[in-house]
Design a protein around this ligand. Structure first.
Ligand code: ADP
Length: 221
């Protein structure tokens, strides 16, 4: 889309999620207007976020007064009060904000947010829960999921492929995954080739379908 990647962000709700998002946007050098109905929270964050204002974002007029329609990007970080989250999102849709990211606490909440026009629905608690489950139940050190199935995973090299080139261990042919890069302790990261030999203790970055990568990550189990 035509939204600048440095466009100012309107953030509603300075709870734990919203405050963390506001602080990180600030670190990234983005201009943020953070809104909360709690005067105490607004005061608490006033020094750390570029602009903070106390307002009830369920009121369309209050949003108009703070210039909400000037923003192209908004984050609705109100979760537990579902009615407020829905009303605020609807208000931002009405004001024509081009990119609205709304936090949901449940699938049905998320469905309502999508239906009323939120462009992105985020489930921070469900996502963090899934993430921690995957990280504790394997040798994965980090992962990113793209679309539904494709993943990119950082992991300790499974012993089953150590001491051989990537071709000889059948990483592609047998395991159906691609080793993208490799890092030996104390050495810089390098891109992997078919001739790359993996050693025990190496950290590798692997891409592929989620099920294949999961299986590959638990080869030694
Ligand atoms: P978290 O779980 O991340 O702490 P909460 O949903 O508990 O998130 O917090 C939401 C924040 O949104 C609270 O700080 C609350 O004061 C604020 N908030 C709730 N309703 C409104 C509203 N109508 N307008 C502006 N801020 C609101």
């Amino acid at each position: 889309s035509s939204i600048r990647h440095d466009a100012p962000v309107l953030l509603i709700g300075l709870g734990r999620f919203g405050a963390a998002a506001a602080a990180e946007l600030d670190l990234l050098g983005r201009e943020v207007l953070a809104v909360d109905s709690s005067a105490a929270l607004v005061q608490e964050w006033a020094d750390q976020v570029t602009h903070t204002v106390q307002a009830d974002a369920t009121q369309l007029d209050a949003l108009r007064q703070i210039g909400a329609e000037e923003f192209q990007i908004a984050i609705v970080a109100v979760g537990s009060q579902i009615e407020a989250s829905v009303l605020i999102t609807a208000n931002l849709v009405e004001l024509g904000v081009a990119q609205i990211w709304s936090k949901a606490v449940s699938p049905s909440h998320g469905k309502i947010l999508s239906r009323i026009g939120a462009h992105h629905v985020i489930y921070p608690e469900a996502e963090a829960g899934e993430r921690i489950a995957r990280l504790v139940s394997g040798r994965m050190l980090d992962f990113i999921q793209f679309d539904d199935d494709f993943v990119l995973v950082k992991m300790h090299a499974p012993r089953a492929i150590c001491g051989k080139t990537l071709t000889d261990s059948g990483v592609r042919t047998v395991h159906k995954v691609t080793v993208v890069g490799i890092k030996r302790p104390g050495e810089p990261f390098t891109h992997a080739t078919e001739e790359t030999v993996v050693h025990e203790g190496d950290i590798i970055v692997v891409s592929g379908g989620e099920a294949d990568v999961q299986k590959f990550a638990s080869l030694d189990d």
